[in-house]
Ligand binder design. Structure first.
Ligand code: ATP
Ligand code: FE2
Length: 332
């Protein structure tokens, strides 16, 4: 089975193609193509209309490149998957329109998938984690998600902004370009010094608005390196503490880190150390699959199509606020 996936929830337009086939009694999985183009704002955050325009402009080129990379024609795929939500409405529309057009044109099943669960599915596929408690930290989402009794449950989450968004905001105030996460990481690596900030965790929930404002107030008074390092040490300890509490509550022996912020080496190190201390396993997907990409959408589509799920055209409208715990899980 071959599935093409289209990611367009925010800044990234991604097209991925995956294939799963039987080889004897085993299954062989391959990523046949991964193409992406990222909208980079001149200043400020992501402008919805400009990001959507970017996606429309690059769609054809990426589709052609993906076909070439995979060595197949789109008419040969068994399913067309797209990110139906959550995300920026204008951006979600672009992916949905492209997916519907391709599905209709070639008479191929359409599969609208949940973006958050796709991050988890590509994580378990590429790391072979069995049933992990997931810490999903990106620019738009920060959640602790656990699969129990037929559903993914959000057992902890941010009460305001996402961790990646917090990093981006702080970096912008400091005068660094978007995305801010890698800039903050680079600065933080240059010092061991930290100043004390607040520590916003309550049970398995957390929040970042306050600590961002607190740190923004000291921009200019303290060295950028110290600010960046202090923010990372506090904010990452907060999510790792919440993850540990969740693992303890769920009796979980595996942790999976995913989303754009999962690219961060310091956060990976903290998750690894916490898991070692608990005798649990820590899983980190390859970095190209942590950030938004089309391959994870193709993978989610493949899982759902194998389980017999398809999305009718009239049910394929965007779902900007679609939570992972609302999804009927039929593929596990
Ligand atoms: P979602 O739709 O899942 O919320 P997203 O649109 O935010 O995803 P991602 O590509 O998953 O997109 O994540 C982007 C975020 O990851 C940005 O906020 C960026 O600053 C952050 N990020 C990227 N690299 C790093 C890094 N090395 N350290 C920390 N944060 C990082
Ligand atoms: Fe994402």
């Amino acid at each position: 089975m071959i599935v093409l996936g289209i990611e367009s929830t925010a800044h990234t337009l991604g097209i991925g193609i995956v294939r799963e086939e039987k080889v004897g009694v085993n299954k062989k999985w391959d990523c046949l193509a991964s193409q992406k183009s990222m909208f980079e704002p001149d200043q400020g955050g992501i402008h919805p209309r400009k990001a959507a325009e970017h996606h429309y402009q690059h769609a054809l080129e990426l589709l052609n490149n993906a076909e070439q990379e995979a060595g197949i024609d789109i008419s040969e795929v068994d399913g067309i998957a797209f990110s139906q939500g959550p995300g920026i409405p204008q951006c979600l529309d672009t992916g949905a329109v492209i997916a519907r057009s391709l599905a209709e044109k070639h008479g191929i099943p359409l599969i609208g998938v949940n973006h958050c669960l796709s991050h988890i599915s590509i994580g378990t596929r590429t790391t072979k984690a069995d049933n992990p408690t997931t810490l999903y930290v990106s620019g738009g989402n920060s959640q602790i998600i656990d699969y129990r009794k037929g559903r993914y449950r959000v057992i902890g989450e941010t009460q305001d902004i996402a961790l990646g968004n917090a990093l981006d905001k702080l970096a912008r105030t400091m005068g660094y370009p978007h995305p801010g996460g890698p800039e903050i990481e680079r600065l933080a690596e240059q010092t061991d010094e930290i100043v004390e900030l607040s520590y916003p965790v309550k049970g398995m929930d957390f929040s970042f608005s306050g600590i961002v404002t607190e740190t923004q107030r000291t921009v200019g008074d303290l060295e950028d390196q110290v600010l960046a390092n202090s923010f990372q040490e506090h904010a990452y300890a907060v999510v790792v503490e919440a993850l540990e509490r969740a693992m303890s509550q769920e009796d979980s022996e595996e942790a999976l880190l995913t989303g754009g912020v999962a690219m961060n080496s310091r956060l990976r190190e903290m998750v690894r150390t916490m898991c070692e201390q608990r005798g649990a396993k820590a899983y980190f997907p390859p970095k190209e699959y942590c950030m938004d990409n089309g391959v994870m959408i193709a993978e989610q589509g493949l899982l759902e199509l194998k389980a017999g799920s398809k999305t009718r055209i009239e049910e394929s409208t965007k779902k900007p606020n679609w939570r992972p715990d609302e999804v009927e899980v039929e593929w596990i």
